[in-house]
Design a protein around this ligand. Structure first.
Ligand code: ZN
Length: 306
């Protein structure tokens, strides 16, 4: 989509950063592949981002793309050069846009690493409230083969890879994956520079969890860290910090309105998203999910709430 749709005028700073030499430096090796460093590329997974680390031991992926992107993703992986075998896959969360090619990659011998709750949501039929239907569990071949709860670290092909849980920021099982030597931090949909931030409230995600997770990420990276969101352009550290600041303002405003008993339409009418450095494509959808998540966490809204 057009970035301008998501941003108001007066955001020249952000637009300039997106067009900065740092981001332009990564050449596109072919359609949909952008090299961030000698070893790390961002691939188009059918709308979402896939991060690929090339190493002597094989490729490490963060997320696998949407189901209809399989041929494109496989072709892009072959084009990376080096050892083309996919050694390990990390899923940042259970959504189909991030796990659509899990089966194919597992069948080719890749380990799939994810948070335990990502495995849970992939392995059971689950309710999709906005579509009023059940989504079938994914076949076992798509499930993570290794799960963790808090944090982990491993070396693959000599590269240090740290990963950890991001609370309930976007789903129940969000994780980051930090390629420490390259200073590239993949955060899935916990950052959302273009699309409306999404709170998958039925899994437990809520605005407080989102800000907490972003605070945690701020302790992992530094000014030179590049952040790869689940979709949209690679972010500079300054852009990521700006998104965190904005989400904190939204959190404070939502806490205030929910304490007054406001529902999503009251929040839209009250202009809770007005005057911010971005606009929402569907404010009601975001605020509905935010309100659901806030009611689910009412005991954390204020120390006086008993
Ligand atoms: Zn998602």
């Amino acid at each position: 989509m057009d970035r301008r749709h998501a941003l108001k005028g007066g955001m020249a700073g952000l637009l300039t950063l997106w067009a900065s030499p740092l981001l332009q430096a990564g050449q596109r090796t072919n359609a949909g592949v952008r090299k961030l460093t000698d070893t790390i590329s961002v691939l188009d997974g059918g709308g979402g981002n896939i991060v690929a680390l090339s190493s002597a031991d094989g490729i490490v992926l963060v997320d696998t793309g949407a189901p209809n992107s399989g041929d494109r993703v496989m072709a892009a992986l072959k084009g990376l050069g080096g050892n083309p075998k996919v050694h390990t896959v990390f899923n940042t969360h259970y959504h189909l846009a991030q796990t659509g090619n899990n089966e194919a990659l597992a069948a080719a011998g890749a380990k799939i690493v994810a948070h335990d709750r990502t495995r849970q949501w992939l392995s059971v039929d689950h309710w999709l409230p906005d579509q009023d239907r059940y989504e079938k569990a994914r076949p076992k071949a798509a499930w993570p083969t290794e799960v963790f709860f808090n944090t982990g670290s491993r070396k693959i092909g000599g590269a240090q890879i740290d990963y950890g849980y991001l609370l309930v920021a976007h789903t129940a099982g969000d994780i980051y994956v930090y390629f420490k030597d390259s200073n590239v931090l993949a955060v899935g949909d916990v950052a959302s520079p273009v699309n409306d931030p999404e709170l998958d409230w039925i899994t437990g995600a809520w605005i407080g969890g989102r800000v907490s997770a972003m605070n945690l990420l701020l302790k992992i990276g530094n000014d030179q860290t590049r952040v790869v969101p689940g979709s949209g352009p690679v972010m500079t550290w300054a852009e990521f910090k700006a998104e965190r600041e904005l989400m904190e303002v939204v959190r404070q405003r939502l806490f205030k309105q929910i304490r007054q008993g406001d529902g999503p339409q009251d929040m839209v009418d009250g202009g809770v998203l007005k005057g911010l450095a971005r606009t929402w494509k569907d404010p009601h959808k975001f605020l509905y999910a935010a309100a659901k998540g806030l009611w689910g966490n009412h005991n954390k809204l204020d120390p006086d709430v008993v």
